[in-house]
Design a protein around this ligand. Sequence first.
Ligand code: 5AD
Ligand code: SF4
Length: 443
Amino acid sequence: MYQSFFIKTYGCQMNEYDSEKLNDLLEFNGYKASNNIEESDIAILNTCHIREKASEKLYSDLGRLSKFKENKKKIGKKMHIIVTGCVAQAEGEEILKRNKSVDYIFGPQSFHKLPKILKNFDNNKVYNDFLCEDKFSSLIPSRSKEVSKLVTIQEGCDKFCSFCVVPYTRGAEFSRSVENIYAETTALVKNGAKEITLLGQNVSSYESSVFECGVKKKIKLGDLCQILSDIQGLARIRYLTSHPIDIDENLLNQHQINTKLMPFLHLPIQSGSDRILKKMNRKHNRSFYLNLIEKIKKLNKDMAFSSDFIVGYPGETDEDFQESLEVIEKVRFASSYSFKYSPRPGTPSSLKNNLIDTDVVDTRLKKMQSILNKYQREFNLTFIDKTVEVLFSGKGKKHNQYVGRTPHLQPVHVFSSRDIEGKLLKVKLESLTSYSFHGKLSA
Ligand code: 5AD
Ligand code: SF4
């Protein structure tokens, strides 16, 4: 009988992508996906290391899982516990020391080895080489029929922001080949995908090459968007995440002319204070960021923005924090994420001792989030009574209800007696709940 497996995914969309790929690889090798981690023969935890809270979740889940493993053993059954993802990369041996029931550890660029290792029962328990090329060439075509799909085009980061573990957990920047990305996207579109999100820790630094009439041509993210937009049946392209200093003319030009490229850009700033940005090693200052936003808006008036903010970076004063709020007031982000600073082992900022008092951080974060929410609502309210194109990706909770997204990623619910899953349709937005719209299909 085939063994069953369950993958629990923590963290970002890069991990979601990896989990789906691992799922496909295991099914291809004869394993069966289970609905329940406790009953599975192979329990896989695909972990996140970005902030302390995320990585501590692993250890509490491992505690629970090891009890299941012991109980199974008592009735003569086996359970394999596998840890993959960024905690596996960063804390490989440490995980084995903290929890003896873990069988194997695979870094995010080694998970493709899992099916082989499970068959051969290797003595080695930790696999954490940086093997991007090997990983991508081992993946198999997806059979998913989902409307909106993720496609990893780049992995790793060379920016070394002082607070961030990514350069250590995902390694140096690696860009997947254009042929590989094109083949994956074409296959997804054949299966019914209408929208793809090009993923990477730093997609804006994507760089590969193709041969045109025997001449080697450099391909940047803008070129890639252009190439992929020729795929018939693909309606929407998005990309995530970018660094402001890498947004080049080529990409900006695409936002001006490529109607398949959605007018929404996630552009993390992290702080609005030049002093803190410098300490963070962000390589841009506040005016560079604000000028870039203005430039993009001039090129395409429909563009809207989201960002990431870190609150309470070591040494952040009230004035520094105020400057972050000023950036929010100026840009009026359509949505944004804000996080409490979390010192991560091995990063330069974790060695700093001028930590901000937790009460101060909590108060600042609350304030920032209420301002971000205010602008998100303001942005959304400008769409009431407007008619926009919505890509429907699935059913809602109610009878005959469908859910989709606008070009600016806003969720929309409508009622329809015919099946509209996978359709791109015009919808009049009538009302707004907290973060999503209710609308009516236009005749
Ligand atoms: N503490 C808090 N937030 C962090 N991020 C990355 N590292 C840390 C950290 N040490 C946030 C950044 C990044 C997002 C993915 O996570 O804002 O853009
Ligand atoms: Fe981390 Fe992004 Fe900075 Fe790279 S650019 S180090 S992924 S925050």
